[in-house]
Design a protein around this ligand. Sequence first.
Ligand code: TXA
Ligand code: MG
Length: 345
Amino acid sequence: MEKQTAVVQAFDLGRDGGHIKKAARILADGGLVAFPTETVYGIGANALNPEAVRGIFEAKGRPQDNPLIVHVTTLGEMEPLVAEFPDSARRLADAFWPGPLTIILPKTGAVPEVTSGGLDTVAVRMPSHPVARAIIRQSGVPVAAPSANRSGGPSPTVAQHCIFDLSGRVDMILDGGPCEVGVESTVLSLTGRVPRILRPGAVTLAALQALLGPVEVDPAVTHKMDEGQAAASPGMKYRHYAPKAGMVLVHGSDEAFYRLVEEKSGSGVWFLVFDEDVKAIGGNVLSYGSANSSRSQAGRIFSALREIDGTGAEMVYARAPSMEGVGLAVYNRMLRAAAFHEQYL
Ligand code: TXA
Ligand code: MG
């Protein structure tokens, strides 16, 4: 059923015209609100209300076995949701919350099946964005929120992306401007012997290792999983973020890439490159941040992937980012957008 979607501004919490309060009321009443976080925009519902959570899956067209992250603003709000809160979780919370880190822990019966995708674990995160925090706190409930895109598409980093994807599908879209980080939170599982990154994000492997000692990176972060292989994180097994055009992720020097550009240029062929390359290439070119700044790439990549769709491109050659620090998150998203097609020059 088509919903009436209110699009409202929430840049300034002091003068939001009551929109935050309305959004919180919608959540408490079982409705759906798209809202900004420091990573990407989320589509929120009361995590404890199975009917409301089902609405998220419907609005996104999301497969039922892909669990949601539950967002809270205090450790007290999280307590009823998790069966264990090990010392490692406490240290992570001290160091990185509120912020772009999601922790997977054994869940309690309070978390509905539909929220956790039928798993016996729950993903919890404490966002730092003031709008996200305000609506969660005022709603009085933990808020299940996946990224606010149609399933399979790039995550939204500005309200315009949410409007494009979710108009008529949610009750309210809160516009809080561009998201600071630009890629989704780091997902870290604490359910095994060694903490394991299921999805890289702005809280980096090095930062986690510095705090916890040994930390593993799930093989699915950088490699295609075999058909039928069980995914530690169900979201990892789906084709994701891809533009309509075919895409190849290209590794190599500036010179080698520029030779490839000469060779491949033609109608329907586009190049997704670093800001510094744009002048040298000209023509059908889009950029996703500075070659020297993984942070700027994280901030731009999802917008750039959406822009490709507007060009009518049929084939995209994208320069592979550095995999250091936040670069691993950028690489992980681009690899999926390219459906794991890579070329080494
Ligand atoms: O930054 C973010 O995390 C954003 C904002 C809105 O908070 N949310 C987000 O949610 O990216 P979503 O649903 O798009 O991605 C959640 C990922 C999926 O890959 C999902 O499979 C995984 O986390 N996940 C959720 N619960 C899990 C669980 N219990 N065990 C393993 N993976 C889980
Ligand atoms: Mg998502």
